[in-house]
Design a protein around this ligand. Sequence first.
Ligand code: NAD
Length: 425
Amino acid sequence: MKKIRVGVMGAARGMAMIDQLINNNDAELVAVCDFYRPILDSVKARADQNGISVKLFDSFDDFLAYPDMDAVVLANYADQHAPYAIRCMDRGLHVMTEVLTCANMKQAVDLIECCERHPDLVYNYAENYCFFNTTQEMRRLYQSGVLGEIVHAEGEYIHDCSSIWPQITYGQREHWRNQTASTFYCTHSLGPIIHVTGLRPIQVIGTQSISLPYMRELGNVAGWSSAMEIVTLENGAVVKSIHGCIKREPGSINYEFYGTKGMVETNRLSCLDEKAPTLFSYIEGEGCPNCRGERKTYSPEFKLEGDVNAGHGGSDYYTVYWFIRSILGDEEAKKEAIGVYEAVDMCIPGILAFKSINNGNCPIKVPDLRNKEERDAYRNDTYCASKYCAGDQYHSPDEAYGGLPPIPDEVYDAVRVKWEKGEQG
Ligand SMILES: NC(=O)c1ccc[n+]([C@@H]2O[C@H](COP(=O)([O-])OP(=O)(O)OC[C@H]3O[C@@H](n4cnc5c(N)ncnc54)[C@H](O)[C@@H]3O)[C@@H](O)[C@H]2O)c1
């Protein structure tokens, strides 16, 4: 059977996707685009090692015009996925974007309407944290009904990026990691909760803690602290989604689900002991008296015999796998993959949480953008901290701190030197 010909835009994080596409049973890597030339040299080296030929582009326009391509993976800047996705789909390409889906409400509406214009094209969202062995098992358990109805859930993505900051922001003042709001990157903590339960968020309250001096010293305008989205799901359950660059080593990726018949949670301490079970569940089966259910600690299997050595605990295998299989019409893949409505549900609570923080942590309705009549109120809503797409609705990421002193150029110069020398922050 003919393989799906895939191009990748952005070859830093995109290298994980490139690796999944090399020697793929159903797909072939045909083109890579990045305007940073040295990264294209690394791609060429990787291609040569594997005996394949890949077209390399430093201009997106040229990449988009390349005719022998069926699908594109977008791993470019996190606040620019939606506009590039729209251009790709309007040119007839299937698209998978890295996190996040959209940077403001307008982008969310535009992307949804683009996907609706092209019902025969696949749009997938590469929220890989939904595809850990643990989160896959949580979804299986929840969807089987043994946990009952969701009451409360927590998702946590604590990652102190200060040591790697020079290598992921290159000393660029305008880099999205320096400029976006603290609540923007909500998808790793909230996404799996949406995917496991299949429920939609209907309200969000945003909070953020103190601005972190060690993040400001590296050029992050708000001092990305612990941001929290308190999200209400459509059945009334409450979710705590927390993420940020606060101190903890190793970082923490943690989920908890409490239902009316039981609960399941990841074992936070398994990161300190590879042999420790990764999941704890408590389930009150049919006819079981209150509080006398079955307790279990175990490490669940992955859903498929995929590449367990793929990045992010094997989860990077699944985003690419489900995307390619969805293009090929595989019904299971279409169920497992994350489509545009679910993707938007995972991201817009972070956008609206920023608005909530700037307005005294007020509760804000999360619209259901599946409904066409709900879209008009957001069609021109570009409120966000991303200068790339906010226009005249730009709000500085440090607004709720009353506007912090501008970060001097010397800070970015020093970070750039560290980047060039391959040093840590
Ligand atoms: N899911 C995960 O676990 C995970 C992990 C890391 C990063 N990411 C996501 O991956 C994306 C990329 O992040 P990153 O860590 O690679 O850093 P990044 O955002 O700095 O890298 C983006 C890459 O795209 C290239 N690029 C951007 N715009 C371009 C354009 N118009 N034309 C050509 N090339 C362009 C840049 O040169 C760079 O190499 C982000 O969306 C980020 O959120 C996801």
